[in-house]
Each structure stands twice: as C-alpha cells, then as structure tokens.
Design a protein around this ligand. Structure first.
Ligand code: C2E
Ligand code: CA
Ligand code: CA
Length: 452
C-alpha cells in the first residue's frame, strides 16, 4: 500500500515532510554526539587500562550508529527507539559515575538535552514522546542529582583523574547540546514566522499564481484541468505547494490561499464560457482539510463562485481521502451543502487514506482520483494491479468515475485502459503550466484531436 507512513500517523498530506526533516536533524545530532562521546570515553578508559569500563561505552556508540542510520527513515518510531537507547546508555553510565570524594556525578546531565530534544521534536499529539518520556528523563535526572540511585553504583570506580576531567567535559558538552537544540528550534521558529508573514502578504500582493494540468480521456479528449497553486515571490522565484502549504495550513492562511485559487479558477471558467471549444471544460480545485473546518467555508466558496457568475457544475472540488478521517459527519454536511449548490466532489490521492466502503458510499463524491503511487506499483506488482482493477470496478458500481493520477508512460496508460480506467492526468499528456501556456496547449491539442 503506498504512503503507509501518512496513513498510520494520520498526518495531513503536507505535515509529513517538515516533520521528517526535523526528526532527521535531531537524529543526526544525537547520533554524532553518541558516537563521539562513546569513542572518546572508550579510548580514554582503554588508555587507563580499564577495559571492563570501556565496554560500557560501546553501547553508546552502537546507539549513535543506530541514530545515524535511522535518520534516513526519520519517522516517529526511529526517534522513539533512539531516544530509549540514549536514555538506557546514559542511565548505565550515570550509575557507574557515582560521586566520589570531591568529584560530582556528571553523566546524568545528558538527560537534560534528551528531555528537551524529545519535548521539542515529538508532535504535541504524541503524548508519550512529547510529555511522558521527557518527564521520565527529568525525574531520572533529579533522582541521580539527589543521590537516590547511588546504591546501584558498582564498587569499582573509574580513576579519579579521569572522573575529575570527565565531570567538567560532560557538563560542558551536555550544556552545549542543550544550547544547540534550543538554537535549532529558535531558527526553525524564526523561519516559520518569516514565511508566514510573507505568505500573509502574498495573497494581498497578487503573488499567488495558479498553474493548470489538463485531464484527458483515453481517446485524447480533454475534459478539464486541475488548478495547482504556486507562490511567485517578489524575487521572481516560483515556489511549489510542497514548500508552503504545510505552513499555510498550520497558520490558517490556507483559507485565503484556497479561496484565491478558486477565484482564479472561476476567472478561467468565465473566459472559457464564451468559446464553444472550451465552454464545457471543468476546473478541479484542491481543498485542504483545514479549510473544511472553517464554519464559513460553504458560504465563502458559494460567494466566490456566485460573484464570478460561472456554472458551479463546472467546478470540481478535490478533497484528500485522509481528510475524511476526522469530523466525518460535519465534513459530509458541508460537502452535501456545496453539492446542492451545484459543485461536484472528487476524492484525491485515493488509496493513501483509509476510507472504508461504507464511508465511501455515504460521501457525495463523483470521482475517485487514484494516487500516483498506485499507478506506479501497478506496472510492477501483480497484487497492486489487481487492487487497481478492483478500485475501478468499485467506482463503477458506485456510479463514480475513476481518474488515474501521475500517468507518465504509455505502458501505464495502456494498463489502466485495460483495467477499465478512462480518465487520466499526468506528464504523459501534459505537465502543469501557467494560464497563458494552457491556452496555447488547448488550441494545439484541440486542433490535433479534430485532425485525428
Ligand atoms: P495533487 O492534488 O495530488 O496534485 C498532483 C501533483 O502531482 C501536482 O504536484 C502535479 O504537478 C504532480 N503530477 C502530475 N502529473 C504527474 C506525473 O505524471 N508525475 C509526477 N511525478 N507528478 C505529477 P504539485 O503541483 O506540486 O502539487 C502538489 C500537491 O499540492 C497537490 O497534490 C495538492 O495536494 C497540493 N495543492 C496544489 N494546489 C493546491 C491548492 O490550491 N490548495 C491546496 N490545499 N493544495 C494544493
Ligand atoms: Ca489534487
Ligand atoms: Ca492527488
């Protein structure tokens, strides 16, 4: 099944990438610190001829290597495994590191950056990682600090000269890690605030640009286009949706961005309405799950379409399947209200969410958009191919149409045609393009289709 990670984390489509980046950074930091510390202490104890204590630090190195390897996956589970590995290693070392004479314990200091790292990296919804685990770290830190765990200390202690030097370097390193973690998050927050401020202005300054990707049938007839947002920054740089939608959703700015895309789509429809070749084409507009939570959503969408004076039946709103996992009853009500107004609904990225057949039956959805991952897998895996055939069948039984997304090769198209799918979108036919290029593309394509 494609995009499993998104499914089990229940995260909106665009929240996943920034989260992975954050987890990857923190895993690399933890990994490099553990390998460096583990190696330094192993060598140090070997130098002082205490091989039995040096062994203890190899565990820390193993955890470090694990963290570096898992930083490529950068998922919540990797973070949890590494966090526990670091916790156990630090506790093990802190037990040996019991205070002696004038040298205090210091290894437990590393529990502070561990608590801060977990609290700031896990999502607030992941209560164990973001709250329980940091509290366990802090409680263990306090227990070591007041000497409550001294009774666990083994009789054998590292040489006093190493302990004295270690107390200073451990404290310094643990504090440095704490500072680095806070610095990473300060920079992250700074970048977010800046992007949010600029995105807020972008809508007002006309920087929201919409590109359009044609949708076609097997016989080459164009049925419509999907409107895909871009942000043309004042510098001229063009940002793809992946670079700003997550931020727009978190800040709520997606409501304004989404309505602006709809407004521009309506302008296009109004221009198409005058020409016989284009007057029946539809425009599909993506709707974020955050927009649907807005109580004024239905009124705002109807107002934009009403003001433009276009036929609402030519507007298709796309909602991702994962958006239906929460607040289903209220969501369906809003979908139905807009359907009564005249627009139609399509279920986007179908196959990545978890809508059961019963949910699907109750939804006012006319089209299933089969996710690109499914299309790719179907060309290589027998099982995926059979599944895709079933999806097409289900859509037919339910009176919906099925559109395959991300079709890149004629082999994929032929396979899909064989499975009964007759609506396509993908680079094989056309890439998303600015409005001016779309006019040329349509003219060329319609002439070719007429000639053919
Ligand atoms: P989506 O709705 O699944 O849109 C299809 C994405 O796949 C587009 O990426 C498109 O450029 C890309 N694509 C199309 N054909 C192919 C193909 O043959 N191969 C490959 N590899 N990719 C293909 P884009 O434009 O970067 O959009 C990404 C996502 O951003 C969209 O995914 C949609 O979820 C979101 N998005 C775009 N515009 C809006 C918007 O106005 N509002 C909201 N809320 N989300 C939007
Ligand atoms: Ca879409
Ligand atoms: Ca899609």
């Amino acid at each position: 099944m494609p995009n499993r990670a998104r499914k089990w984390q229940g995260l909106p489509k665009f929240q996943e990438a920034p989260r992975r980046k954050k987890i990857g950074t923190i895993l690399k930091l933890a990994g490099v610190s553990c390998v460096f510390l583990g190696l330094a202490w192993t060598l140090c104890y070997l130098y002082f001829d205490r091989a039995e204590l040096a062994v203890g630090f190899t565990g820390l190195m193993v955890v470090g290597v694990l963290a570096i390897t898992r930083s490529r996956h950068a998922d919540g589970m990797s973070l949890l495994i590494v966090a526990h590995g670091v916790f156990l290693s630090v506790v093990g070392v802190a037990v040996i590191d019991a205070p002696i004479a004038w040298v205090p314990r210091s290894a437990h200091m590393f529990l502070l950056p561990l608590a801060a790292g977990a609290a700031l990296t896990f999502d607030a919804r992941e209560r164990y990682g973001s709250l329980v685990f940091p509290l366990i770290c802090l409680a263990t830190f306090a227990a070591f600090a007041v000497g409550a765990l001294d009774f666990l200390a083994p009789g054998t202690s590292p040489p006093i000269e190493v302990r004295a030097w270690g107390a200073r370097s451990n404290t310094f390193l643990a504090m440095a890690l704490l500072v680095v973690i806070f610095a990473i998050y300060r920079i992250d927050i700074g970048n977010r605030v800046r992007l949010e401020r600029e995105l807020g202005r972008a809508v007002r300054n006309g920087e929201i640009e919409v590109h359009y990707q044609p949708q076609v049938r097997g016989n080459g007839v164009v049925t419509g286009v999907e409107a895909l947002v871009r942000w043309r920054r004042a510098s001229g740089e063009l940002l793809p949706p992946g670079a700003f939608i997550a931020q727009a959703e978190e800040s709520g700015l997606i409501r304004d961005v989404g309505l602006e895309v709809l407004r521009q789509a309506c302008v296009l429809l109004a221009q198409w309405a005058d020409q016989p070749a284009t007057h029946g084409l539809r425009v599909a507009v993506n709707i974020s799950p955050i927009q649907l939570l807005d109580p004024g959503f239905v009124a705002a969408v109807s107002a934009v379409i009403g003001d433009a004076g276009v036929n609402p039946a030519l507007i298709e709103l796309e909602l991702t399947e994962s958006a239906l996992s929460a607040e289903t009853a209220e969501t369906i009500e809003k979908m139905e209200a807009l359907e009564r107004f005249g627009v139609t609904w399509a279920l986007d990225d179908f196959g990545t969410g978890f809508s059961g057949l019963s949910t699907l039956r109750t939804l006012p959805v006319r089209k299933l958009k089969i996710d690109r991952d499914f299309v790719v897998e179907a060309t290589t895996q027998e099982r995926a191919q059979r599944l895709l055939g079933k999806i097409v069948e289900i859509s037919q039984v339910m009176g919906m149409s099925a559109l395959a997304e991300g079709v890149e090769t004629s082999a994929q198209r032929d396979l899909l045609v064989g499975l009964g799918c007759d609506h396509f979108q993908g680079y094989l036919f056309a890439r998303p393009m600015p409005k001016a290029d779309l006019a040329n593309w349509l003219q060329r394509h319609c002439l070719l289709a007429a000639a053919g």
